[in-house]
Ligand binder design. Structure first.
Ligand code: NOJ
Length: 764
């Protein structure tokens, strides 16, 4: 085994941003005096009230919430999103509660507020951090103008099992890419100064490993070693905290047998101790009470004690803290200092948000309520269109089917073609579907009218009674056409017969890729697959537009389609953005942030696999190798993949040196040539591999990317700097990263399976 020559201690935050100093790394003397004084005047009940996050709803009607607020029994409010309503609730707190402590208002501003940007997978597909930052900044501005102070975002759970419906919210499978997005979004939400009226506090979620639930089932346990946690899953949360995120939301699942909500190792040792996080820790919805169902608490009282002892400051909507903490403390069964500590963190968050200076900082005075919450002028359509068109990933384009001739007669079919709700994606509660642009509308607008366009539904989302029942129960916008499936298909085939090209919009309704919407298969639902079969049999050029919130298994459809465009759920301006790409007004530039499996049985499937002792050679798979013998190896579309309307070739990869010293740096570069006929861009990706180390290392790991834009025939050399910190990894369960000298491989390519290795030696 090689000897590690340098150990990085990751404990402590050396490079704190100004926001972090305010929020989490200690109080200024003025703030400390203020909080000391306030806490000294609070009763135990009032302190506990600060730990209660309420949401108006059937179990907590508005009147009841108003009186809880006035009585000082609520500190934060969730899911009220109109500034008049927020101002009124705030008035209850400020004018009627004994100490007038302002409330903080929270909401899931995940990929937009009134204007929806693409879902997380779509944002990640841009491989464009400034575009992602723009989405976050606009979201924060709109949400803050609604009176909101806190967003439950970014959601940075690594998604490697697309059976999990919440994969849609996250940014894909790759630790490095998600880590960059995580810090980008925290900065975008919080801005330079958290107390500014257009900044929101970011609550990174779901800490931790919520994406690693067994079998892709939502809320299921995550089981893995600590080394893998640190290596793969924890860096994006850590990056959010280092970027100054004011809060952390705790995951709903258990980790190695201990629910995150009661997990002292996770919340106390790691988050508070090792990472030095001083901000707010918020439970997920009802999670403290769920400790009973997890089987670690006998009753709500025990659940309350476990959660606060682990370090959960705020109880989201379960009444457990409100009902039980006081009794526990009064009977001497809970150290009241824990309540003080949690209350102080809530008050410190409000202080950082500027709410003590002005409780109406974001909701503003009523004289400024000139606009209705959904006034069209509040939308940021240009920004949404710009980001959405960057999120589209072209997966296939044979015989230059795309871009389409703007004058072509087009048959537009499929259950998603005219849907305004689905294109918004999940977590879009404050947006109005009527303001969203469907693909149909996008095509109509691009052509200046409906002439030459025909439409047929073609298929319902699904004909499977289980799926239909699920969708119609939980996503009321899903409407099922009662006509027989064959009649629907025939109508689509007839439309195709009269057209030059078919554009079929297929995939999932947004309710199929959401919370608690795990799927056991990832095929296009059979009704839609049958529609694609019928359309293929017409012989007309077939463009498949995919709308879905997770990778699907599309081997059959990828063979049938002439062009395949992954659009995820592209947001308010989705229809315009897709039309821009279909007609060639905008080059498709998106790249997959996640691998597409061929079959569900391959899951989990991701590119950064660690090798086995019996690796498979794809050309000679043989026996006694690590593979499924009944399916071709590897993904259908690899991580990082995406086409444009021109072709790039890469040649002459070079390293500036074959040797890297411990304080040195080397350049890896490749020549990129646009060999096609149009100007276009591609994403050049840098992957590294450590072939011999003290622990087995992934076959490749993304460590950088650059977008290059070239005219036809133009060439450019794209280079990346490599330094030893990029070679660090966790070799044990502890917090120390190590860098081991020896040989390393470098791959530069256009996706995770591209490029031949170059090697260099890291000197001891
Ligand atoms: C439950 C979800 O898991 C979480 O992501 C969300 O922030 C809360 N509900 C509040 O809506």
């Amino acid at each position: 085994m090689r000897k590690a020559w340098q150990v990085w201690t990751v404990v402590g935050c050396l490079a704190l941003t100004s926001t972090q100093l305010q929020v989490s790394a200690g109080e200024s003397p003025r703030e400390a005096r203020f909080l000391d004084d306030l806490l000294a005047r609070m009763t135990l009940e009032e302190k506990i009230g600060q730990l209660v996050l309420v949401s108006i709803g059937p179990s907590h009607p508005r009147d009841q919430v108003n009186s809880s607020i006035a009585a000082g029994r609520a500190g934060m409010v969730l899911n009220t999103v109109v500034r008049e309503d927020i101002r009124e609730l705030q008035r209850q707190a400020v004018e009627h509660s004994r100490l007038g402590i302002p409330l903080a208002f929270a909401f899931d501003v995940v990929h937009g507020q009134r204007t929806l940007f693409p879902i997380g997978l779509g944002l990640a597909s841009t491989w464009d951090l400034p575009a992602i930052a723009l989405s976050g900044r606009v979201a924060a501005r709109e949400a803050a103008a609604d009176g909101l102070d806190i967003t439950f975002a970014p959601m940075v759970d690594i998604g490697r099992d697309p059976r999990w419906g919440r994969m849609s919210e996250g940014f894909g499978e790759d630790t490095w890419l998600i880590t960059r997005i995580s810090e980008t979004l925290v900065d975008a939400f919080q801005g330079d100064d958290l107390s500014s009226p257009d900044s929101m506090m970011a609550v990174v979620k779901h800490f931790a490993l919520y994406g690693a639930g067994e079998g892709g089932r939502d809320y299921a346990p995550a089981e893995m070693g600590r080394r893998q946690m640190r290596e793969v899953h924890l860096p994006p949360y850590r990056a959010a905290i280092d970027a100054g995120a004011g809060g952390v939301m705790v995951a709903l699942n258990s980790i190695d047998g201990v629910p995150a909500t009661a997990n002292r190792w996770l919340l106390d040792d790691l988050l508070r101790g090792e990472w030095g996080f001083g901000g707010l820790v918020i439970s997920d919805h009802g999670a403290i009470g769920e400790l009973i169902s997890h089987g670690v608490a006998a009753d709500a009282e025990q659940a309350a004690r476990l959660a606060i002892q682990a370090g959960v400051d705020v109880d989201m909507n379960s009444d457990v803290y409100g009902l039980h903490l006081a009794g526990l403390a009064e009977r001497g069964e809970l150290d009241p200092a824990l309540i003080d500590r949690a209350a102080r963190r809530v008050l410190a968050a409000k202080y950082a948000l500027g709410l003590f200076d002005d409780p109406y900082r974001r909701s503003g005075p009523s004289t400024e309520d000139a606009l209705a919450f959904d006034d069209p002028s509040r939308l940021h359509r240009l920004e949404a269109r710009e980001v959405a068109r960057r999120s589209l990933v072209l997966l296939k384009n044979q015989r230059e089917t795309l871009p389409l001739d703007r004058k072509a007669r087009i048959a537009v079919v499929g259950p998603l073609a005219k849907s305004q709700a689905d294109i918004l994606g999940s977590w879009s509660g404050a947006a109005s579907p009527s303001q969203a642009v469907s693909l149909w509308q996008g095509l109509v607008d691009a052509r200046g009218g409906e002439e030459g366009l025909s439409y047929a539904l073609g298929a319902n989302f699904s004909d499977d009674p289980l799926v239909v029942d699920y969708l119609t129960t939980y996503t009321p916008e899903v409407k099922i056409d009662p006509r027989p499936a064959q009649v629907l298909r025939d109508e689509a085939v007839a439309a195709a017969g009269d057209a030059d090209v078919v554009v079929a919009v297929v995939g999932e309704s947004r309710g199929m890729s959401d919370e608690s919407s795990s799927r056991s298969e990832l095929d296009l639902p059979a009704a839609q697959a049958a529609l694609v079969d019928a359309l293929e049999s017409t012989g007309k050029p077939l463009v498949l537009i995919l709308m879905n919130g997770r990778p699907l298994t599309l081997e059959r459809q990828a063979g049938q389609a002439d062009a395949l465009l992954e659009t995820w759920f592209a947001g308010t301006e989705g229809g315009h953005a897709i039309a821009d790409v279909l007609f060639g007004d905008f080059e498709p530039v998106g790249r997959l942030p996640v691998s597409f499996p061929r079959r569900v049985g391959q899951l989990p499937l991701y590119y950064a696999l660690v090798p086995t002792g019996r690796p498979v050679d794809p050309l000679h798979p043989g026996k006694f190798t690590s593979r499924y013998f009944d399916v071709a190896g590897g993904p259908l579309f690899p991580f990082g993949f995406g086409l444009g309307y021109t072709d790039f070739s890469l040649s002459n990869p070079r390293l500036s040196s074959r040797v890297l010293s411990r304080d040195g740096q080397l350049e890896a570069s490749v020549e990129v040539i646009n060999q096609g006929k149009r100007r276009g861009s591609t994403v050049i990706q840098l992957y590294l591999h450590d072939p011999v180390a003290s622990v087995t290392r992934p076959v490749r790991e993304l460590k950088g990317f650059k977008r290059v834009t070239l005219d036809p025939g133009e060439r450019a050399r794209v280079d990346f700097s490599i330094d030893p910190t990029m070679l660090a990894f966790y070799s044990g369960e502890g917090p120390l990263e190590t860098i081991e000298p020896g040989e390393f491989e470098v791959f530069i390519g256009q996706h995770a399976e591209d490029g031949e290795p170059l090697s260099f030696t890291l000197r001891p």
